[in-house]
Write a protein that binds this ligand. Structure first.
Ligand SMILES: Cc1cc2nc3c(=O)[nH]c(=O)nc-3n(C[C@H](O)[C@H](O)[C@H](O)COP(=O)(O)O)c2cc1C
Length: 179
């Protein structure tokens, strides 16, 4: 049994990536893992201020929801991030979340396998590559972890489209089940 943390970063009602993230959660749960699902929709997460006080204090000086979220990231075995593609990149919300994990830099962290689920209107392949590379840059800074897989879901734009895409739901479920 692994601790699986799923972080859904879209703020949109009927989010395509969030629907797939829930499906991945279902797969991971049914495989016998301990699963926690987080959406950034209702969270207060400020930008990293770059003060680097976290490297001396071991924690961030900003008092917001990241204080509790960062512990969940540290303790998880598996991280699954879900993001809409914005201008060929991950959402700003997810980037901010990753930046705010800076107190974990040079600490003992548990998370090893890191997955990414993306949704975007462009149906041609490879259009989530920059988002993947951005996440890989973050992963590179945590030596115990590695990029474990990308579920790149192009051709979805209107809200809730993924709810009717059995192929994508199955892929997301399978991703969760395989962690
Ligand atoms: C600010 C913004 C930028 C976007 N940039 C892209 C893009 O570069 N390529 C693309 O294919 N879709 C782009 N989209 C479309 C979204 O990725 C797409 O609607 C996706 O399904 C949204 O996922 P969500 O419902 O989980 O938020 C953009 C949407 C927004 C709001």
């Amino acid at each position: 049994m692994k601790k699986v943390l799923i972080v859904s970063s879209s703020l949109r009602v009927g989010s395509n990536s969030e629907i797939l993230a829930h499906e991945a959660a279902k797969g991971a749960l049914e495989a016998g893992n301990e699963v926690e699902f987080i959406t950034l929709k209702d969270k207060n997460i400020q930008f990293c201020r770059g003060c680097l006080a976290c490297q001396k204090l071991g924690k961030c000086v900003i008092q917001d929801d990241m204080n509790t979220l960062i512990e969940k990231v540290q303790k998880a075995d598996v991280l699954i991030f879900a993001t809409p593609i914005y201008y060929y990149e991950m959402s700003g919300q997810l980037k901010t979340f990753l930046d705010r994990c800076n107190p974990l830099f040079a600490k003992e962290n548990n998370f090893k396998d890191v997955y990414l689920i993306t949704t975007l209107y462009d149906g041609t392949s490879g259009k989530s590559e920059r988002a993947k590379q951005g996440l890989e840059g973050w992963i590179e800074c945590f030596s115990q972890s590695h990029f474990a897989g990308l579920l790149d879901c192009g051709g979805v734009d209107e809200p809730k489209i993924t709810a009717g895409r059995k192929d994508l739901l199955q892929k997301a479920y399978d991703l969760g089940k395989s962690v």
